[in-house]
Design a protein. Structure first.
Length: 452
Protein backbone atom coordinates (compact mmCIF):
# COMPACT_ATOMS: atom_id res chain seq x y z
CA UNK A 1 0.00 0.00 0.00
CA UNK A 2 1.41 3.44 -0.91
CA UNK A 3 2.04 5.65 2.08
CA UNK A 4 3.67 9.05 2.40
CA UNK A 5 6.57 8.72 4.81
CA UNK A 6 6.45 11.10 7.74
CA UNK A 7 9.83 10.05 9.13
CA UNK A 8 8.67 10.23 12.73
CA UNK A 9 6.21 8.32 14.83
CA UNK A 10 3.36 9.95 16.71
CA UNK A 11 5.07 9.10 20.01
CA UNK A 12 8.23 10.87 18.87
CA UNK A 13 6.30 13.91 17.68
CA UNK A 14 4.51 14.19 21.02
CA UNK A 15 7.82 13.80 22.87
CA UNK A 16 9.64 16.37 20.73
CA UNK A 17 6.76 18.83 20.92
CA UNK A 18 6.71 18.68 24.73
CA UNK A 19 10.51 18.86 24.82
CA UNK A 20 10.48 21.90 22.55
CA UNK A 21 8.03 23.67 24.86
CA UNK A 22 10.20 22.91 27.86
CA UNK A 23 13.34 23.94 25.95
CA UNK A 24 11.83 27.31 25.02
CA UNK A 25 10.88 27.92 28.65
CA UNK A 26 14.34 26.88 29.88
CA UNK A 27 16.15 29.06 27.30
CA UNK A 28 14.05 32.10 28.18
CA UNK A 29 14.58 31.49 31.89
CA UNK A 30 18.36 31.02 31.48
CA UNK A 31 18.74 34.14 29.35
CA UNK A 32 16.73 36.20 31.80
CA UNK A 33 18.80 34.87 34.72
CA UNK A 34 22.07 35.57 32.89
CA UNK A 35 21.21 39.13 31.90
CA UNK A 36 19.77 39.92 35.34
CA UNK A 37 22.95 38.67 37.00
CA UNK A 38 25.12 40.63 34.55
CA UNK A 39 23.07 43.76 35.19
CA UNK A 40 23.37 43.29 38.93
CA UNK A 41 27.17 43.08 38.63
CA UNK A 42 27.30 46.27 36.56
CA UNK A 43 25.01 48.12 38.98
CA UNK A 44 27.16 46.95 41.88
CA UNK A 45 30.36 48.33 40.27
CA UNK A 46 28.62 51.60 39.36
CA UNK A 47 27.41 51.94 42.95
CA UNK A 48 30.96 51.39 44.26
CA UNK A 49 32.33 54.08 41.92
CA UNK A 50 29.57 56.51 42.85
CA UNK A 51 30.17 55.98 46.57
CA UNK A 52 33.93 56.41 46.16
CA UNK A 53 33.47 59.63 44.13
CA UNK A 54 31.17 61.06 46.78
CA UNK A 55 33.75 60.33 49.48
CA UNK A 56 36.52 62.08 47.51
CA UNK A 57 34.26 65.06 46.81
CA UNK A 58 33.52 65.33 50.54
CA UNK A 59 37.24 65.24 51.35
CA UNK A 60 37.95 68.01 48.80
CA UNK A 61 35.08 70.10 50.17
CA UNK A 62 36.57 69.80 53.68
CA UNK A 63 39.92 71.06 52.37
CA UNK A 64 41.75 67.80 52.71
CA UNK A 65 44.69 67.23 50.39
CA UNK A 66 43.89 64.80 47.61
CA UNK A 67 46.75 63.40 45.44
CA UNK A 68 46.55 63.97 41.71
CA UNK A 69 46.81 60.22 41.09
CA UNK A 70 45.34 57.62 43.43
CA UNK A 71 46.39 54.00 43.18
CA UNK A 72 44.76 50.74 44.20
CA UNK A 73 46.26 50.90 47.70
CA UNK A 74 44.33 54.09 48.43
CA UNK A 75 41.04 53.33 46.71
CA UNK A 76 40.82 49.57 46.53
CA UNK A 77 42.22 46.60 44.67
CA UNK A 78 40.29 47.34 41.44
CA UNK A 79 39.99 51.17 41.49
CA UNK A 80 42.35 53.85 40.25
CA UNK A 81 41.74 57.62 40.35
CA UNK A 82 43.03 60.86 38.84
CA UNK A 83 42.30 64.50 39.56
CA UNK A 84 42.78 66.60 36.43
CA UNK A 85 43.13 70.34 36.96
CA UNK A 86 45.27 71.35 34.00
CA UNK A 87 46.87 70.10 30.81
CA UNK A 88 49.78 68.50 32.66
CA UNK A 89 47.39 66.45 34.75
CA UNK A 90 45.45 65.45 31.62
CA UNK A 91 48.65 64.20 30.00
CA UNK A 92 49.09 61.71 32.81
CA UNK A 93 45.65 60.13 32.14
CA UNK A 94 45.45 56.88 30.16
CA UNK A 95 44.75 57.66 26.53
CA UNK A 96 41.37 55.90 26.61
CA UNK A 97 40.14 58.16 29.47
CA UNK A 98 41.23 61.52 28.02
CA UNK A 99 38.29 62.06 25.63
CA UNK A 100 35.64 61.11 28.24
CA UNK A 101 33.29 63.70 29.65
CA UNK A 102 31.43 63.77 33.00
CA UNK A 103 29.27 60.70 33.66
CA UNK A 104 29.50 56.92 33.81
CA UNK A 105 31.29 55.11 30.96
CA UNK A 106 31.94 51.46 30.02
CA UNK A 107 35.16 50.57 28.17
CA UNK A 108 36.39 47.20 26.91
CA UNK A 109 40.06 47.51 25.93
CA UNK A 110 41.85 44.30 24.96
CA UNK A 111 39.28 41.84 26.42
CA UNK A 112 39.13 43.79 29.67
CA UNK A 113 36.16 45.61 31.15
CA UNK A 114 36.48 49.08 32.70
CA UNK A 115 33.83 51.12 34.41
CA UNK A 116 34.85 54.80 34.38
CA UNK A 117 33.20 57.62 36.34
CA UNK A 118 34.03 61.25 35.52
CA UNK A 119 32.76 63.74 38.14
CA UNK A 120 33.55 67.46 38.65
CA UNK A 121 35.16 68.60 41.92
CA UNK A 122 36.51 71.88 43.35
CA UNK A 123 40.04 70.86 42.26
CA UNK A 124 39.08 69.73 38.73
CA UNK A 125 37.64 66.62 37.07
CA UNK A 126 37.79 63.39 39.03
CA UNK A 127 38.42 60.20 37.01
CA UNK A 128 37.71 56.88 38.71
CA UNK A 129 38.37 53.63 36.84
CA UNK A 130 37.11 50.24 38.09
CA UNK A 131 38.61 47.11 36.47
CA UNK A 132 35.56 44.77 36.34
CA UNK A 133 37.22 42.02 34.32
CA UNK A 134 36.97 39.59 37.24
CA UNK A 135 33.28 40.40 37.59
CA UNK A 136 32.69 39.62 33.92
CA UNK A 137 34.46 36.30 34.41
CA UNK A 138 32.07 35.47 37.23
CA UNK A 139 29.16 36.41 34.96
CA UNK A 140 30.47 34.06 32.27
CA UNK A 141 30.91 31.27 34.80
CA UNK A 142 27.38 31.85 36.01
CA UNK A 143 26.18 31.68 32.41
CA UNK A 144 27.94 28.34 31.88
CA UNK A 145 26.36 26.94 35.04
CA UNK A 146 22.92 28.14 34.01
CA UNK A 147 23.40 26.71 30.49
CA UNK A 148 24.46 23.33 31.92
CA UNK A 149 21.48 23.20 34.24
CA UNK A 150 19.20 24.19 31.37
CA UNK A 151 20.64 21.43 29.18
CA UNK A 152 20.07 18.88 31.95
CA UNK A 153 16.48 20.12 32.31
CA UNK A 154 15.90 19.73 28.56
CA UNK A 155 17.36 16.20 28.57
CA UNK A 156 15.19 15.29 31.56
CA UNK A 157 12.17 16.80 29.82
CA UNK A 158 12.95 14.72 26.72
CA UNK A 159 13.01 11.49 28.73
CA UNK A 160 9.83 12.44 30.58
CA UNK A 161 8.15 13.50 27.33
CA UNK A 162 9.00 10.18 25.66
CA UNK A 163 7.48 8.34 28.60
CA UNK A 164 4.42 10.58 28.48
CA UNK A 165 4.16 10.09 24.70
CA UNK A 166 4.18 6.31 25.10
CA UNK A 167 1.61 6.65 27.89
CA UNK A 168 -0.70 8.71 25.68
CA UNK A 169 -0.22 6.80 22.42
CA UNK A 170 0.04 3.38 24.10
CA UNK A 171 -3.73 2.69 24.19
CA UNK A 172 -3.92 3.58 20.48
CA UNK A 173 -1.10 1.16 19.70
CA UNK A 174 -2.73 -1.55 21.83
CA UNK A 175 -6.05 -1.03 20.05
CA UNK A 176 -4.27 -1.21 16.71
CA UNK A 177 -2.56 -4.47 17.65
CA UNK A 178 -5.81 -6.04 18.86
CA UNK A 179 -7.70 -5.00 15.74
CA UNK A 180 -4.83 -6.16 13.53
CA UNK A 181 -4.95 -9.58 15.17
CA UNK A 182 -8.70 -9.75 14.53
CA UNK A 183 -8.55 -8.41 10.95
CA UNK A 184 -5.18 -9.21 9.35
CA UNK A 185 -4.41 -8.46 5.73
CA UNK A 186 -3.94 -5.50 3.44
CA UNK A 187 -6.34 -2.53 3.57
CA UNK A 188 -7.96 -1.18 0.46
CA UNK A 189 -7.39 2.47 1.37
CA UNK A 190 -4.27 4.54 0.76
CA UNK A 191 -3.15 6.11 4.06
CA UNK A 192 -1.12 9.30 3.85
CA UNK A 193 0.87 8.70 7.04
CA UNK A 194 2.80 5.79 8.54
CA UNK A 195 2.78 6.69 12.24
CA UNK A 196 0.57 5.20 14.95
CA UNK A 197 -2.44 7.18 13.74
CA UNK A 198 -1.91 5.97 10.18
CA UNK A 199 -1.58 2.39 11.40
CA UNK A 200 -4.82 2.76 13.36
CA UNK A 201 -6.62 4.17 10.30
CA UNK A 202 -5.19 1.33 8.23
CA UNK A 203 -6.36 -1.23 10.79
CA UNK A 204 -9.84 0.29 11.01
CA UNK A 205 -10.03 0.06 7.24
CA UNK A 206 -9.18 -3.64 7.42
CA UNK A 207 -11.84 -4.09 10.12
CA UNK A 208 -14.36 -2.23 7.97
CA UNK A 209 -13.52 -4.47 5.01
CA UNK A 210 -13.85 -7.52 7.24
CA UNK A 211 -17.24 -6.38 8.54
CA UNK A 212 -18.47 -5.55 5.04
CA UNK A 213 -17.32 -8.94 3.80
CA UNK A 214 -19.08 -10.63 6.73
CA UNK A 215 -22.28 -8.69 6.07
CA UNK A 216 -22.12 -9.49 2.37
CA UNK A 217 -21.52 -13.16 3.14
CA UNK A 218 -24.40 -13.26 5.62
CA UNK A 219 -26.74 -11.56 3.18
CA UNK A 220 -25.72 -13.93 0.42
CA UNK A 221 -26.12 -16.88 2.76
CA UNK A 222 -29.55 -15.66 3.90
CA UNK A 223 -30.61 -15.11 0.31
CA UNK A 224 -29.46 -18.58 -0.74
CA UNK A 225 -31.01 -20.17 2.33
CA UNK A 226 -34.28 -18.36 1.74
CA UNK A 227 -34.32 -19.50 -1.87
CA UNK A 228 -33.53 -23.12 -0.95
CA UNK A 229 -36.23 -23.18 1.75
CA UNK A 230 -38.90 -21.36 -0.19
CA UNK A 231 -38.71 -23.82 -3.09
CA UNK A 232 -39.79 -26.91 -1.09
CA UNK A 233 -42.18 -24.78 0.98
CA UNK A 234 -43.93 -23.70 -2.20
CA UNK A 235 -44.23 -27.32 -3.28
CA UNK A 236 -45.61 -28.38 0.13
CA UNK A 237 -48.11 -25.53 0.16
CA UNK A 238 -49.22 -26.16 -3.41
CA UNK A 239 -49.70 -29.90 -2.84
CA UNK A 240 -51.62 -29.20 0.38
CA UNK A 241 -53.90 -26.73 -1.37
CA UNK A 242 -54.50 -29.23 -4.18
CA UNK A 243 -55.31 -31.92 -1.62
CA UNK A 244 -57.98 -29.67 -0.10
CA UNK A 245 -59.89 -29.82 -3.39
CA UNK A 246 -60.41 -33.60 -2.96
CA UNK A 247 -64.14 -34.02 -2.21
CA UNK A 248 -63.49 -37.32 -0.41
CA UNK A 249 -61.09 -35.67 2.06
CA UNK A 250 -62.20 -36.12 5.66
CA UNK A 251 -62.62 -33.05 7.91
CA UNK A 252 -59.71 -34.15 10.12
CA UNK A 253 -57.40 -34.56 7.14
CA UNK A 254 -58.54 -31.21 5.73
CA UNK A 255 -57.70 -29.57 9.08
CA UNK A 256 -54.25 -31.14 9.01
CA UNK A 257 -53.63 -29.89 5.48
CA UNK A 258 -54.71 -26.40 6.57
CA UNK A 259 -52.23 -26.62 9.44
CA UNK A 260 -49.53 -27.69 6.99
CA UNK A 261 -50.33 -24.65 4.86
CA UNK A 262 -50.29 -22.40 7.95
CA UNK A 263 -46.97 -23.90 9.08
CA UNK A 264 -45.48 -23.31 5.63
CA UNK A 265 -46.70 -19.73 5.81
CA UNK A 266 -45.19 -19.47 9.30
CA UNK A 267 -41.79 -20.57 7.96
CA UNK A 268 -42.13 -18.06 5.12
CA UNK A 269 -43.02 -15.42 7.66
CA UNK A 270 -39.96 -16.40 9.71
CA UNK A 271 -37.78 -15.89 6.66
CA UNK A 272 -39.40 -12.51 6.15
CA UNK A 273 -38.78 -11.77 9.83
CA UNK A 274 -35.10 -12.49 9.39
CA UNK A 275 -35.07 -10.21 6.36
CA UNK A 276 -36.73 -7.41 8.33
CA UNK A 277 -34.33 -7.77 11.24
CA UNK A 278 -31.23 -7.99 9.06
CA UNK A 279 -31.96 -5.33 6.45
CA UNK A 280 -33.16 -1.76 6.88
CA UNK A 281 -35.32 -1.86 3.73
CA UNK A 282 -39.07 -1.95 4.27
CA UNK A 283 -41.45 -4.04 2.21
CA UNK A 284 -44.21 -2.55 0.13
CA UNK A 285 -47.43 -2.24 2.22
CA UNK A 286 -50.64 -3.90 1.06
CA UNK A 287 -54.28 -3.47 1.91
CA UNK A 288 -54.72 -6.01 4.71
CA UNK A 289 -57.64 -7.34 6.73
CA UNK A 290 -56.49 -7.50 10.36
CA UNK A 291 -59.30 -9.91 11.29
CA UNK A 292 -58.20 -12.37 8.59
CA UNK A 293 -54.49 -11.89 9.49
CA UNK A 294 -55.19 -12.84 13.11
CA UNK A 295 -57.03 -16.00 12.03
CA UNK A 296 -54.12 -16.85 9.73
CA UNK A 297 -51.61 -16.33 12.52
CA UNK A 298 -53.70 -18.39 14.96
CA UNK A 299 -54.12 -21.32 12.62
CA UNK A 300 -50.43 -22.29 12.87
CA UNK A 301 -50.62 -22.42 16.67
CA UNK A 302 -54.13 -23.78 17.13
CA UNK A 303 -53.11 -27.34 17.93
CA UNK A 304 -50.43 -26.27 20.42
CA UNK A 305 -52.78 -23.67 21.95
CA UNK A 306 -55.53 -26.25 22.50
CA UNK A 307 -52.98 -28.59 24.06
CA UNK A 308 -51.85 -25.87 26.51
CA UNK A 309 -55.36 -24.64 27.24
CA UNK A 310 -55.32 -21.29 25.42
CA UNK A 311 -58.41 -20.15 23.54
CA UNK A 312 -58.69 -17.18 21.18
CA UNK A 313 -61.51 -14.67 20.86
CA UNK A 314 -61.11 -12.68 17.68
CA UNK A 315 -63.14 -9.49 18.25
CA UNK A 316 -61.46 -7.44 15.53
CA UNK A 317 -64.09 -5.95 13.20
CA UNK A 318 -64.08 -7.78 9.89
CA UNK A 319 -64.22 -4.45 8.10
CA UNK A 320 -60.98 -3.18 9.72
CA UNK A 321 -58.26 -2.90 7.06
CA UNK A 322 -54.92 -1.07 6.95
CA UNK A 323 -52.19 -0.38 4.42
CA UNK A 324 -49.35 -2.27 6.13
CA UNK A 325 -46.69 -4.90 5.48
CA UNK A 326 -48.43 -8.28 5.63
CA UNK A 327 -45.40 -10.26 6.76
CA UNK A 328 -44.56 -7.74 9.47
CA UNK A 329 -48.11 -7.89 10.88
CA UNK A 330 -48.04 -11.69 10.90
CA UNK A 331 -44.64 -11.72 12.63
CA UNK A 332 -45.92 -9.52 15.46
CA UNK A 333 -49.23 -11.38 15.82
CA UNK A 334 -47.62 -14.84 15.82
CA UNK A 335 -45.07 -13.84 18.44
CA UNK A 336 -47.77 -12.35 20.67
CA UNK A 337 -49.85 -15.55 20.31
CA UNK A 338 -46.78 -17.72 21.00
CA UNK A 339 -46.02 -15.64 24.08
CA UNK A 340 -49.57 -16.18 25.39
CA UNK A 341 -49.26 -19.94 24.82
CA UNK A 342 -45.93 -20.16 26.63
CA UNK A 343 -46.59 -17.76 29.52
CA UNK A 344 -50.35 -17.23 29.99
CA UNK A 345 -51.98 -20.60 29.24
CA UNK A 346 -54.31 -21.93 30.41
CA UNK A 347 -56.16 -18.71 29.66
CA UNK A 348 -58.28 -16.86 27.11
CA UNK A 349 -56.61 -14.49 24.66
CA UNK A 350 -58.94 -11.73 23.46
CA UNK A 351 -57.93 -9.50 20.56
CA UNK A 352 -59.98 -6.38 19.92
CA UNK A 353 -59.64 -3.04 18.17
CA UNK A 354 -59.31 -0.08 20.53
CA UNK A 355 -58.98 2.53 17.75
CA UNK A 356 -58.73 2.75 13.98
CA UNK A 357 -55.05 1.79 14.07
CA UNK A 358 -54.61 -0.02 17.41
CA UNK A 359 -55.18 -3.62 18.50
CA UNK A 360 -55.25 -4.94 22.05
CA UNK A 361 -54.12 -8.48 22.95
CA UNK A 362 -55.37 -9.24 26.47
CA UNK A 363 -55.28 -12.50 28.39
CA UNK A 364 -56.60 -13.53 31.80
CA UNK A 365 -53.47 -15.44 32.74
CA UNK A 366 -51.28 -15.03 35.84
CA UNK A 367 -49.91 -11.64 34.79
CA UNK A 368 -46.35 -10.29 35.02
CA UNK A 369 -44.82 -8.86 38.20
CA UNK A 370 -44.07 -5.09 37.98
CA UNK A 371 -40.32 -5.62 38.43
CA UNK A 372 -40.24 -7.88 35.35
CA UNK A 373 -42.27 -5.68 32.97
CA UNK A 374 -39.32 -3.49 31.84
CA UNK A 375 -37.45 -6.65 30.74
CA UNK A 376 -40.06 -8.50 28.68
CA UNK A 377 -38.81 -7.03 25.37
CA UNK A 378 -35.16 -7.87 26.11
CA UNK A 379 -33.57 -10.56 23.96
CA UNK A 380 -33.16 -13.99 25.60
CA UNK A 381 -35.12 -12.89 28.68
CA UNK A 382 -37.79 -15.41 29.65
CA UNK A 383 -39.99 -15.33 32.75
CA UNK A 384 -42.36 -18.23 33.24
CA UNK A 385 -45.13 -16.90 35.44
CA UNK A 386 -46.53 -20.32 36.32
CA UNK A 387 -43.31 -22.32 36.67
CA UNK A 388 -43.79 -22.58 40.41
CA UNK A 389 -47.17 -24.19 39.87
CA UNK A 390 -46.10 -26.64 37.16
CA UNK A 391 -44.74 -30.11 37.54
CA UNK A 392 -44.01 -33.02 35.22
CA UNK A 393 -42.82 -33.37 31.65
CA UNK A 394 -45.11 -30.65 30.25
CA UNK A 395 -43.38 -28.02 32.31
CA UNK A 396 -39.96 -29.30 31.30
CA UNK A 397 -40.88 -29.29 27.61
CA UNK A 398 -42.14 -25.72 27.90
CA UNK A 399 -38.96 -24.58 29.61
CA UNK A 400 -36.85 -26.13 26.84
CA UNK A 401 -38.78 -24.35 24.07
CA UNK A 402 -38.63 -20.87 25.67
CA UNK A 403 -35.77 -18.80 24.34
CA UNK A 404 -36.90 -15.26 25.21
CA UNK A 405 -36.82 -14.07 21.58
CA UNK A 406 -40.49 -13.79 20.58
CA UNK A 407 -41.34 -10.45 22.17
CA UNK A 408 -37.90 -9.07 21.28
CA UNK A 409 -38.49 -9.91 17.62
CA UNK A 410 -41.98 -8.41 17.72
CA UNK A 411 -40.64 -5.21 19.31
CA UNK A 412 -37.81 -5.04 16.78
CA UNK A 413 -40.25 -5.32 13.87
CA UNK A 414 -42.41 -2.58 15.40
CA UNK A 415 -39.38 -0.34 15.78
CA UNK A 416 -38.37 -0.90 12.15
CA UNK A 417 -41.84 0.08 10.92
CA UNK A 418 -42.24 2.82 13.55
CA UNK A 419 -45.15 1.07 15.18
CA UNK A 420 -45.62 0.94 18.94
CA UNK A 421 -45.94 -2.12 21.16
CA UNK A 422 -46.72 -1.58 24.85
CA UNK A 423 -47.42 -3.97 27.70
CA UNK A 424 -49.45 -3.64 30.87
CA UNK A 425 -49.84 -6.32 33.50
CA UNK A 426 -50.42 -7.03 37.16
CA UNK A 427 -49.12 -9.95 39.13
CA UNK A 428 -51.32 -9.23 42.16
CA UNK A 429 -53.65 -11.91 43.49
CA UNK A 430 -56.80 -9.82 42.97
CA UNK A 431 -55.89 -8.55 39.49
CA UNK A 432 -54.26 -10.72 36.84
CA UNK A 433 -53.76 -10.76 33.12
CA UNK A 434 -51.50 -9.08 30.59
CA UNK A 435 -52.42 -6.58 27.89
CA UNK A 436 -50.28 -5.88 24.82
CA UNK A 437 -51.31 -2.84 22.76
CA UNK A 438 -50.14 -2.75 19.15
CA UNK A 439 -50.56 0.54 17.29
CA UNK A 440 -49.81 0.93 13.58
CA UNK A 441 -48.83 4.57 13.89
CA UNK A 442 -48.07 4.91 10.18
CA UNK A 443 -50.74 2.52 8.94
CA UNK A 444 -53.37 4.08 6.69
CA UNK A 445 -56.93 2.95 7.19
CA UNK A 446 -58.29 1.43 3.99
CA UNK A 447 -61.85 1.08 2.70
CA UNK A 448 -63.58 -2.11 3.77
CA UNK A 449 -64.60 -3.09 0.22
CA UNK A 450 -61.09 -2.87 -1.20
CA UNK A 451 -59.68 -6.36 -1.89
CA UNK A 452 -56.60 -7.65 -0.03
Amino acid sequence: MAMRKTGMSLTSRVAWALTALVAVFVVVFCLMAYFIFDRMEDDLVDAVLTTQAEQIQDQIAKGEAIPKQMNRAELGASIQGWVVADADDAAKLPSLLQPLGPGMHLLTPQARTWHVLVAPTAQGLLYLRYDATAHEGRVRDFGMIIASLGLLCVLGALLLARWFGRLVVGPMVDLTNRLSAWAPGEPGLTVARDDEMGQLIETFNRVQNRVEESIAFEREFASNLSHEIRTPLTAIRSDSEMALFDPQLSPDAALRFKRIIASADAVSSGLASARVLARPELSQPVNLSLWQSLDEAWLGFQHEAEKEGLTLQNEIPMAMRLEVDRYAVLIVMRNLIRNAIEHAAPATLTVRAVSDVCLQFSDDGPGIPPEVLPLVFERYYSYRRVDTAEDGPTANNRAETRRGLGLAIAKRVCDVYQWSLRVQSSGAADASGTVFTLCFAHGVAAPANKPQ
